[in-house]
Design a protein around this ligand. Structure first.
Ligand code: PMP
Length: 334
């Protein structure tokens, strides 16, 4: 029996995708082998990665002057790759809206003069700041478009002349995105795209081709992957293959615009219920509520624990909130 899985990530995948993968597990497309057993230099795998990139480009309407890369190490490795690839003048501004945004900021501080241009830490990250103390002459501005632990999301983009770099790990393809507004987008795949293992980087070519910090490791250089079609070394083949299936599923559904409508309707149902209830509370500023992660609490930790236990008995699992917030969290990805 499949459960209702509210895991924050890795998280549930479309059942149709899982079934298709299961059916192909021992013999992919007449090759007599599983994709997990296949050379990444083989024709069938080349077709898989090419098609996955093409579908991602189509679904996100990625302009031609952007690279689409499939890398490893999770979004966390991109916390380092971002400053290592983009530092030229030696200054970067960060908007600190949560735990991961802060981790990105702290990593960057090892390589560049990183500055928190705004933070909502004083309110336990329950809102997205609207005013920013951006500096002149920064290499980039970094934001986290959806804050997985705290349940907030940007509904606007900060105005800046510097390239905007976005961690979209927990809301990529959950809504329409104008890629041309960003210099770089990166996302770990394990929420909306695929099993864990692959990280997507979408980066403006001029930013990638412009050179990196001298100390940038070869494997973290976006240019290394761009020049080699994400096949410089062995890529996370299975995750890329599974992502291809998820993207086909999303295309069939109608793409990011339709997905956004579904996500808005789905999240509204939950928020409306919480808001009319005198039993449950969501502490996030209403205008900044995430469509993907919905934290909520009851009046006491004892009742929270009881809720989580009884929900699990009904087949509603992984509802325990993150330890930094407590209570419950329903992750309701695509
Ligand atoms: N950024 C955000 C917004 C996340 O939610 C996460 C993981 N939950 C990360 C970064 C870290 O991603 P990874 O585990 O792929 O390194």
């Amino acid at each position: 029996m499949r459960v209702f899985n509210f895991s924050a990530g890795p998280s549930m995948l479309p059942e149709a995708v899982l079934q298709e993968i299961a059916a192909e597990m021992t013999d992919y497309n007449g090759t007599g082998m599983s994709v997990t057993e296949m050379s990444h230099r083989s024709k069938p795998f080349q077709a898989i990665i090419d098609e996955t990139e093409a579908d991602l480009r189509q679904l996100m309407n990625v302009p031609d002057d952007y690279y689409v890369l499939f890398v490893q190490g999770g979004a966390s490795t991109q916390f380092e790759a971002v400053p290592l690839n983009l530092t030229k003048k030696g200054k970067a501004d960060y908007i600190v809206t949560g735990n991961f945004a802060n981790k990105a900021f702290e990593e960057a501080a090892k390589y560049t003069d990183a500055y928190a241009a705004a933070s909502s830490k004083e309110a336990n990250y329950t809102y997205i700041p609207r005013t920013f103390d951006f500096r002149e002459g920064t290499d980039y501005v970094h934001i986290t478009t959806n804050n997985t632990i705290f349940g907030t999301r940007y509904t606007f983009l900060p105005e800046t002349d510097a390239p905007l770099v976005a961690d979209m790990s927990s809301n990529i393809l959950s809504e329409k995105t104008d890629v041309s507004r960003f210099g770089v987008i990166y996302a770990g795949a394990q929420k909306n795209l695929a099993p864990a293992g692959v990280t997507v980087v979408i980066a403006k070519k001029e930013l990638v081709d412009g050179g990196t910090m001298d100390i940038c490791p070869t494997m973290l250089k976006w240019k290394t992957q761009a020049k080699n079609g994400s096949l410089y070394n062995t890529p996370p083949c299975f995750s890329i293959y599974a992502m291809g299936k998820v993207l086909k599923w999303l295309k069939q559904l109608g793409g990011a615009e339709v997905m956004q409508q579904i996500n808005e309707r789905k999240a509204k149902k939950l928020y409306d219920f919480i808001d009319q209830s005198s039993f449950y509370t969501n502490r996030v500023a209403v205008a900044d509520r995430s469509l993907m992660n919905v934290p909520f609490v009851t009046a006491s930790e004892e009742l929270d624990a009881k809720f989580i236990k009884e929900a699990a008995a009904c087949g509603l699992v992984s509802l325990k909130g993150h330890r930094l917030v407590g209570g419950m969290r329903a992750s309701i990805y695509n």
